[in-house]
Structure formats: C-alpha cells, structure tokens
Design a protein around this ligand. Structure first.
Ligand code: HEM
Length: 538
C-alpha cells in the first residue's frame, strides 16, 4: 500500500477511536455539566488554548474570579474537564485519595518520552517503590550537606557575571537565563551525580547543550494544531499512544536523543560506583538505598538509569527559572533588593559561614516569589473511579441545591491550578496579586496565608502551604534540595550584584512551557530570555 494510503487509513482509525471514546464517555457519564465555567473559544480547541497559549495565570485568575475555585471547561471536541484551585478538593485529590487520581496516560507518555521511565511518569505500586528508594537522597540533612557545592557554583556564576559586565561598561544588559542555566546545571550535576557537566565557563557538553532551552523548544507556544493534538491525546488508548513514541517527528527525535545521551552518562556513573558508592551526592545515596536484599524494594536497572534524566528534567529548568523570577522581582522592587542585600551583608560580616535558614528576609523573598511566580502552573490528573470530591465553598448540584460535594465520573480529566491557588485572595489576603515578601514575616507559623475560614486553612503544600512544589505522595521530591540551592545562589548574587530593569525586561511575558518561562514580547523565537542590567556593588 502506498505511504499516503497508509497515513489516510491511520488518520481515519484515529478519528474513529476518538469519536467512539467521546460517545461512550458521554453516555456513561455522571454529569458535571452543571458546574459553572467559561464559554469555549471553539468546538475544536475548547478553552485549552487559553490555558496553554496565553500568559500564565491570565485565564486561571479570571476563571477563579468569575466562576469560583471549581470550574468546568471544554476540551477540544467538546469534552468537559475540571479546573480546580479549591484547597479542600486539592487535598482530597493529591493526598487523601492517593493513586485513585493518577497522571493522565498522555501526560505520562510525554514525561516518559522526555525523561525516560523514571519516578515522574510511574504510577501505583511502581511509583511508590521508586519514590521510597529515591526519597532518602533528598532529605533535609542530605540537602543541607550539599551547601558547599551550591555556594561554589554560585561564586563561579558571580565571577562569570563579573567577566560579562567588566568586559564592556561597568553596567550592562545581560541575558540572565543563559548564565543561570549553566550554573544550575553545573551545581545539579555535582550535587546529584558528582558529575561535571563541563565548567560553568566552558563549552557545554552534548547533554548540557540539549538541556538548553529544553522546555521552550519542547513545549513553548504551541500552535493551534498542537493544542488540539494535546487535547485529543486524552482520548487515544494507551497502546496506540505507545506506538506514537516511534513516530519520527523532529520533536520526538530530539527527545529520544536527549534520553539516550543521559542514559549513556547514567550508565557510566552507575558503573563507576559499583562496589563503592560512598559519596554524598544523590546518585550514591540512591545506589546505597537500592542495595536492599528484598527485590520488591529495589529499582531494576531499567528503572535506575532514567532517574538521571528525570532529576535533570524535574530539577534544572524549575530551579533556573525560580532564580530568574527572583532576580526580576528584585529588579522591579529596588527597596526590597536593598533590604535583602543589607541582611545578607550584615550576617556575613558577623560570621564566615552563615546559616541561610536563619535569614528571615531572604526566605521571605524566596517564598513570595515561589507564590507569586509559580513556575509549575498546572498539575494534571484523571480519576480512576467514580468519586465524590469535597469542596470548601458551596457549588450547585444538578438539581440546583447548594452542596459541598462534587460527584464525578471515572475518567474525569482534571487540571489543578497551582497558580490560581497561590493567588487566591481568600487564602493570601486582599493583596494576593501583589509581590510583597513582608507577608511572610507577619505570621508566626511560617505561613503567609490570611485564610478567613477554617476550610481555607486546609494544609496542602510542603512549604508554607504553597502549591509551588505540589502536594501529597507526588509532591516535589527535590524541594529541600531546591530550597538550599536557591538560598545559596540568591544570597551570593544579591551580595555582589545590583539588578535593574531594562526596556526589554519591561516586555517580559510569562510563557507556559509546562514550566513558566520569561520570554521577551515579540522575540519568542529566541526562547527563554530575561535581559536585566547588572552592576557590581563591591
Ligand atoms: C524551585 C524548583 C522546583 C519546583 C518549583 C518544583 C516543582 C515540582 C512540582 C510542582 C512537582 C509535582 C508534579 C506533579 O505532582 O505532577 C515536582 C515533582 C518532582 N520534582 Fe520538583 N521542583 C523543583 C525542583 C526540583 C529539584 C531540584 C529536583 C531534583 C533534584 C526535583 C525533582 C522532582 C521529582 C523527581 C519530581 C517527581 C516526584 C514524583 O512524581 O513522585 N524538583 N516538582
């Protein structure tokens, strides 16, 4: 059969499967059509384009204001989905129900293709077992022990900035993510794997090269066609999705090469530790934790290697961009920047080795940026059974009564909006839309929430009740590691450098590339950019 006939046949089979699945779902549904929500943009795209293409948070905050914390929106081809920022519902979905709400298969397909079959894409017993082996490597003491590595990488980064600025004027516009990305990779490589992804100031090696702009190239600014495809992937049965992994598109070929490169390095690193994994890096700790006699508590070789790509995928752009947003907020708020610099410098004047956990304003700035600039804006889940979700604020039932429970059918696709939760005025106060670190210093319990009802005080996140690191049995594995790293980098940068806005920085947009990246309006083709003016204060 000619190639064109095969692809026509494949397209028809695809359309048939999607239509049959949609028809079956409509017939067997517990209705959620009564849940209020926005009008779809079109039958083909529903409301999905608004969440994926517009600036992060624009539609989330609009929906939260107009319809509340539980919203029904349309997927491509008219399917109903839920969008949730309600703390009680989030707690139920991510903590109480555990594996009854899983990552949708399409999301796992993307994760497995992008990073290999590591903990991020695993589910159920496999996920539980993998996480149990990995967790001890990312505890509080283990992460704090890595401080000298992060500090050293931060010092090298400052030196890089010094070279970049002194080479021209004393004050120069610098595209910050290029430098931050390399430095964070350098630190991550040494702290997590005792591996040097080439020096910060050297040519990046192949894997470092492939990580540069990974999220922007892979997931940024999708065309309408890509939005449509991502929407209907939810209707495609898993075996057919698995076959798609072999389709030779440029995007998938890039991802496959990336996973191959990282698995090659992982193989070398694991072999090098055979018999003597006594380092303090995360990989050595994982290998030691994986030495259990009981096979049911171990990772297989096929599971161990992809953890490198998983940790790089989960830990690199999230941390790089959190640091980028911190610098942008400090450039926008010079008074806060000065206050932070004063705090760091006076602590350093008193002690050579400052415990950064004890600097209140530094930690307030970091938490406030994690809240205000939520780098992972959405989490994706699907219900594996008919269920009833509890909610904090009453919603209408199909009969029109007010209720605190929302019945949903098995297979309901849900987007949890971390970005809307982190800006909810009922939780964070009337000024939730303002970046104000002081809010964290006004509460004695370490939270900045001004929740006005008991149900809004529901505990969800792992840090300060934020949703920035997710929640429950899939919450960010590396959050303590990330916090130590962000503390060390922020302290070192702010102690030495003044950051100021530039005309191009005023045009920075918050683009949704699964991770929220800064891009300059009109220059999206250049990917992640944050052009700030840097000058030295020492
Ligand atoms: C500021 C930086 C970071 C942010 C904002 C962040 C955020 C998140 C979020 C929101 C999730 C939950 C995803 C979900 O539930 O679907 C997650 C998962 C994860 N993160 Fe992070 N992360 C950061 C840094 C890191 C670092 C540095 C590492 C490793 C060194 C890491 C490793 C992971 C892993 C392995 C998972 C998957 C956990 C699982 O599925 O059980 N993250 N992260």
């Amino acid at each position: 059969m000619a190639l064109s006939n095969i692809s026509t046949l494949a397209s028809w089979i695809f359309v048939f499967i999607v239509c049959t699945t949609l028809w079956y779902r409509r017939r067997s549904r517990i209705p959620i059509a009564h849940v209020p929500g926005p009008t779809p943009e079109s039958f083909w795209l529903g409301n999905l384009r608004q969440l994926m293409r517009e600036q992060v948070g624009d539609y989330d905050l609009q929906w939260q204001n107009n319809f509340g914390m539980v919203v029904r929106f349309k997927a491509p081809l008219g399917g109903d989905r839920l969008w949730i920022s309600d703390p009680k519902a989030i707690q139920y979905i991510l903590q109480t129900s555990r594996y009854h709400f899983v990552k949708p298969y399409a999301a796992r397909f993307v994760l497995n293709t992008a990073t290999g079959k590591g903990v991020n894409g695993a589910e159920g017993k496999d996920h539980y077992r993998q996480r149990r082996v990995l967790l001890p490597a990312f505890g509080g003491p283990e992460s704090r022990a890595l401080r000298p590595i992060f500090r050293d990488s931060a010092e090298q980064l400052v030196q890089q900035f010094r070279n970049a600025t002194v080479a021209g004027d004393a004050t120069r516009e610098v595209d910050v993510p290029v430098f931050l990305g390399r430095a964070v990779l350098h630190a991550l490589g040494r702290a997590a794997f005792a591996y040097d992804f080439s020096g910060i100031d050297e040519q990046p090696d192949a894997l470092a090269e492939s990580l540069h702009n990974f999220m922007a190239l892979g997931f940024g600014l999708p065309s309408d066609w890509k939005v449509f495809l991502q929407g209907v992937m939810a209707y495609v049965p898993p075996p057919i999705l698995d076959l798609m992994a072999y389709v030779p598109t440029s995007g998938l070929t890039f991802l496959r090469r990336h996973v191959r490169l990282s698995n090659d390095i992982a193989r070398i690193l694991v072999c090098a530790r055979a018999g003597s994994a006594d380092g303090r890096d995360a990989l050595s700790l994982i290998i030691r934790a994986n030495a259990s006699e009981d096979e049911s508590r171990r990772l297989t070789d096929a599971e161990l290697l992809p953890q490198l790509a998983t940790i790089l995928g989960a830990g690199h752009e999230t941390t790089t961009n959190t640091l980028g947003w911190i610098l942008l907020e400090l450039a926008r708020h010079p008074d806060a920047q000065k206050k932070l610099r004063d705090e760091i410098r006076s602590a350093r004047a008193e002690a050579a080795d400052v415990n950064l956990d004890t600097l209140p304003y530094l930690n307030a700035v970091i938490k406030e940026t994690l809240r205000f600039d939520t780098v992972v804006p959405h989490l994706f889940r699907v219900s594996t059974r008919d269920d009833v979700i509890p909610v904090s604020a009453p919603i209408s039932s199909p009969s029109g009564d007010s209720t605190f429970e929302l019945p949903i059918p098995k297979g309901t696709q849900i987007i949890i909006s971390d970005v809307a939760y982190n800006r909810n005025k009922d939780i964070w106060g009337a000024d939730a839309d303002v970046w104000r670190p002081e809010r964290w210093l006004e509460q004695s319990d370490g939270d900045a929430g001004h929740a006005n009802t008991a149900s809004m005080r529901t505990r969800v996140g792992v840090l300060g009740n934020l949703m920035s690191f997710g929640s429950g049995h899939r919450a960010c594995l590396g959050w303590r590691f990330a916090m130590v790293e962000v503390q060390e980098f922020t302290a070192e940068l702010v102690a030495h450098l003044r950051v100021e806005m530039t005309p191009r920085a005023e045009r920075v947009r918050r683009e949704n590339c699964l991770v929220m990246l800064p891009m300059v309006e009109g220059e999206a083709a250049k990917g992640n950019q944050l052009p700030l003016r840097l000058s030295f204060v020492d």
